[in-house]
Write a protein that binds this ligand. Structure first.
Ligand code: FE2
Ligand code: FE2
Length: 286
């Protein structure tokens, strides 16, 4: 596989929490995902590192892919932590850390009670959804680039991150195939990771939105509910059939077509290694 580890810098001092002003519900959903990512990616790094140790010496290629995967995920976490500090330092969401601590407890419990196979299957479950989110997000992101007030630094964070999710989409799948070759266990991993992370992200984004509405930063009421329904329906309408395809026995992520804009985003990321520079060139990739 062709993977590149890009250590991306970024200055978030002017980044906005409401980075999609026309769709605050969608922005808060992705903000919630961002806030949980350091814990999720830390868990997946532990799982894939363990898989790397368990792979036979004859799979040096896959061991190397596991190493690249972990280094890419570590870079994602570092970049998202900077954005997450902006959200935390805003002081807008006093109960934010209660949500994060619950997720931390989940992973601690999973570390203690589940074995390496379960951890890898959970990781593969998320990684199956990763390239679908990449495809969805790059399409949405390109639409958003036509809106002048969208925050391009935060948008670039997601475009780079999800494009790399597409780039390393095969690693966890190949590790599961090499170590376990377990079809039904793989499907269970997709269901387990999907429901666990959706529960976390929806609950946290709902909390943040309720604080925004209380403080008058976001208009709630019927207009808000309609916007949210539209956003979620569009996201789920895209994701669900593709997850269903990924559950077919013949599925292999290597056959997925690169989403529109993905290669261009990765090329600019490699050239600049900087989210602010990527933001300046964001409209080159529409
Ligand atoms: Fe990642
Ligand atoms: Fe990933």
């Amino acid at each position: 596989m062709n993977m590149i580890v890009r250590k991306i810098e970024g200055d978030f001092s002017t980044a906005k929490i409401d980075w999609i002003p026309n769709d605050p519900e969608l922005a808060q959903f992705w903000n919630a995902v961002s806030l949980g990512l350091p814990l999720l990616e830390g868990y997946m790094i532990r799982a894939v590192s363990q898989a790397k140790r368990e792979l036979p010496e004859s799979r040096a290629d896959l061991k190397n892919d596991c190493e690249m995967f972990c280094r890419q995920e570590a870079n994602h976490t570092k970049a998202h932590m900077k954005f997450n500090e902006v959200v935390r330092d805003s002081g807008r969401y006093p109960k934010l850390d209660e949500h994060i601590e619950r997720l931390r407890d989940d992973y601690k419990r999973m570390d203690a009670s589940r074995d390496a196979k379960d951890a890898l299957l959970y990781s593969e479950g998320f990684e199956t959804v990763g390239p679908i989110l990449a495809a969805y997000f790059l399409v949405q992101a390109n639409k958003r680039l036509t809106e002048q007030d969208v925050d391009l630094v935060t948008l670039s964070l997601w475009r780079w991150h999800l494009s790399e999710e597409f780039e390393h989409r095969c690693v966890a799948f190949n590790a599961v195939e090499a170590l376990y070759g377990a079809y039904w266990a793989r499907i269970a991993g997709i269901a387990r990771a999907g429901t666990h992370l959706a529960r976390f992200a929806i609950s946290l984004s709902e909390y943040m939105l309720s604080e925004d509405i209380k403080a008058g930063r976001v208009a709630g009421g019927m207009a808000g509910r309609l916007r949210k329904t539209r956003s979620y329906a569009s996201m789920l309408g895209f994701i669900i059939p593709r997850v269903a395809s990924a559950c077919m026995p013949w599925y292999n992520p290597k056959n997925l077509k690169s989403p529109a804009g993905c290669d261009a985003v990765l090329k600019i990321a490699s050239e600049t290694l900087d989210l602010n520079a990527m933001a300046l060139r964001a409209r080159d990739t529409v």
